[in-house]
Design a binder for this molecule. Sequence first.
Ligand SMILES: *Cc1c(COP(=O)(O)O)cnc(C)c1O
Length: 392
Amino acid sequence: MKKWSKRTAQVHAGTRRSQYGEVAEAIFLTQGFVYDSAEQAAARFQKLGDDEFIYARYGNPTVRMFEERIAALEGAEDAFATASGMAAVNGALMSMLRAGDRVVAARALFGSCLYVLEDILARFGVEVVLVDGTDPDAWSAAITPATQAVFLESVSNPTLEVVDIAHVTELARAAGARVIVDNVFATPVFSRALELGADVVVYSATKHIDGQGRCLGGVVLGSRDYVRKTLEPYLKHTGGALSPFNAWVMLKGLETLDLRVRAQTETALALAEALEGHAALSRVLYPGLPSHPQHALAMTQMGAGGTVLALEVSGGQAAAFRMLNALQLVTISNNLGDAKSLVTHPATTTHQRLPDEQKAVLGITPGLIRLSVGLEDPADLLADLTGALNVI
Ligand SMILES: *Cc1c(COP(=O)(O)O)cnc(C)c1O
């Protein structure tokens, strides 16, 4: 199984067949499991075998199939699936930190990740230092030997800043800190985070892994020792378990992940190239474009620009809203990685909570629009986007 390439692993890895020999993975929609005897129950609570389960908050066969499949795809020893991407981020951080610890994180993060770091961890006496993730010297200065953990989005939401994972992990290793990479925008298809030295990788499976906007889910990946000894005790007792039904949706989503993400990425690049220089836009931000400040890094780290781009319209929020409202095919929604192309205005939605000064520092300007590119015909998408841009 370890020899399979990513494309094969995403279809086959982790499959557990029941006595019926089903082809499609079974949904074990059960919270509990029966025991042949009181002795067997007692033994299982003492030590759980590989194919043994006791309660779905701790584990479930369908959830386990998803965990094993994505672990094989990512090249991780083990994984624990969670109810959402945020349960994964929160679990990865809370399970390894205690009062007095220091965390260094990139400042350009998804709004809820910032909340966990700045509000929750700070409340429990964890020092959180935020740095410009694109500045190698800022990381060098901040990652001191007093640092226990480093947190970053390999490509940031929504401004698409790319962090040099190899540089950060080298500094963290020297300081004895663990690196957690929120890898949603890179997707498992373009991810090399573990190979580049990251200790823990986190995904919101809600995004590309489901890929059709149906279920919430998340997963934390890392070494067996970390997953079983540090992460699992925290997650199984605090209740962030993934539902077996959602795990099944994610399992089936993984089977087509490579095809979808590559097609969406190809379209994203074509749109970015076609829209760059449009008179209504002051900027097109896409890691796959040579004009992106970290284009070279994105190409070596991921080999592609990903499925999301950001457009900055001239004329601020009023112009951005006019464009969004003029779209006829692309839908206004704040999910991403979906088969349907979706646009959002981060300043008034996903990052609304941030003070204006922080938005300005992060580049979340009033004219910024995030576009998650779907599976539609690129020509139809371009016609819709240019039509809406021409309205402003
Ligand atoms: C969406 C997202 C999350 C949170 O995932 P949910 O499944 O919505 O909880 C975390 N990090 C990033 C980068 C995201 O885009």
